[in-house]
Design a protein around this ligand. Sequence first.
Ligand code: IVH
Length: 675
Amino acid sequence: MTTPTPETLARVRALRAELAHHNHRYHVLDAPEIGDDAYDALFRELESLEQLHPVLITPDSPTRRVGAAPLEGFAKVVHRAPMLSIDTVADVAEFDRRVREGLGEAEVEYAAEPKIDGVAVSLIYERGLLVCVATRGDGREGEEVTAQARTIPSLPLRLLGEGHPELLEARGEVFMTLAAFDAYNARALETGEKTFANPRNAAAGSLRQLDPRITAQRPLKLYCHGVGEVRAEGWPTRHDQVMALFRDWGLPTCPDAEVVVGVEGCRDYYERLRARRDQLSYEIDGMVFKVNVLAWRERLGFVARAPRWASACKFPSREAFTTVEAIDVQVGRTGALTPVARLQPVGVGGVTVTNATLHNFEELYRKDVRAGDTVRVRRAGDVIPEVVEVVLEKRPADALPVVTPASCPVCGGAVAKPEGEVVIRCIEGFFCPAQRKEAVRHFASRRAMNIEGLGEKLVEALFAGGLIGDVADLYRLHGMSERVAGLERMGEKSAENLLAAIEESRGRDLERFLFALGIREVGEATAASLARHFGTIEALMAASEAELQGAPEVGPVAAGRVWAFFRAPGSQALLERLLAEPATGWHRAAARAVAIGHPLAGATVVLTGTLTAWTRQEAKARLEALGAKVSGSLSKRTRYLIVGEAPGSKLTQARELGVEILDETAMIALVQGAG
Ligand code: IVH
């Protein structure tokens, strides 16, 4: 061990400042200036200097976020100022009236914010250094979770910038984004760990881990929304100014907060936020209005355990309890048997829910859902409602467990559960009416053959009326317009439109046709790649598994599925009929086959900034037609970054990564040079 030189000390300080800056750019502003590799290099340099000179280690060093040993228990913390709750009001007008009367003001400005459904925390900073984080607890006394909270990447261990208060107690909400919550649960299911019922439980459960190393693995975020105690010289007079100051100091705040005026402003914000609720990345249970002028808050004071200057408006809950009337089994396009809970209708998040998916039988047995059970259902965003858990205390004595189907509930045919898969499937393929129906629906869907007007109900009616039995039959319907018109809720005009839409779909190219066939593992990208690589359906049908894998981005699994599809008797018979149809476009790929050796073939390309000659979509299509893969994020494997006007941080990142940079003109030359 050597004594650090002043130069080493300066370097260590500079590295910490730089790492804190980039950490903030990445985790708070979502606008990184450098790539992961460059960040890691700085981090490792700091780590090795600290290893060499342990005297230089400080608690706010970015290397010290995780590292504290597991605790025996949580210490109690008495809050400096109580952490209050907020009164809920049914009508903001009532709140606004009380505020105006209390203040004797004609019009009041409010800070309007989403009410984040997470865990309330208090963060104590002494002269900019984070010293204590505590949960709300009962409002008077909470639990210390400093070591756990330090692992939240967006939480500054030391405030950025200058002019920090002698003491600052920031208050906020620790939460998990919906995407992180879903990903966490999906992984937990795979590894057999406990899943969480909702993002709030996930955040609370993750923060209250005695071992901070476990918290560190959970994707937690934080938004600050207020102040407990503050000892500072000169403090803003309005809440929105405090939030701006917080941002300067690197404390994350909610990007969806606004300042609004009067009851009209509140109502307008409420409506806008409610409309956007499903698009927000985090869960909210309502919104909060707070008097913006801090001195006015003092004048209004408190009642019981809530301030008079704030109120919450709740949104409909995303969760509800109801009973399961029955558990049915649906058969999907690929034969997957999906258990579905038929529910006593219940309002969840503003819509009435009557069905909830149970995903598959493994999941059904894990949750042990039975007909007659009382269940907690959840509907987040525009996803399918889900049974979260059973309330076992309310289970009727005669509720029997569901029996795994031994045969397909639709066609009575054989079912199979391939080794290592959780899904049980009907293996009858095109012989199973359920699968044929789903196949037609998928075939007609917008991204497939795009047959306008041919939705679920109509497919059902065409099958029920015996007019079609599979997708090939669609192209024979033109001789039966009267029977089509005679279907329930049809009529001459709609029949005419449907038949015209079907005729029009004859023009679709091989890319769409291949996707429309609904071969497992063949999404739009794989279908397009295969179509372009082989050029014709005949070449594709004749290809061996190894040859199929020769198409860009086509792996062994997809290749195996495609090969097997073209050899199954059911699909062969179907294709024979489809390929015998006159005047169709689906024999050939639309895009020219990839020019062998073209620099774009198989290359990953990222676009940034505004393009002028082509739209982004056009550029994407042209690049893809030459075999390039257009991606949204840069990595070392990116071949080109194409830079339009006003490029973002990707340009810096590309330089760091050593990715070749092309301007728009160079891109056009490259594409058109293809001949
Ligand atoms: S202000 C006295 N703002 O809601 C008012 N609270 O009942 C102090 N919450 O657990 C709270 N989002 O942590 C405020 N934008 C927001 C909030 C928010 C969520 C939580 C808060 C507390 C509860 C208050």
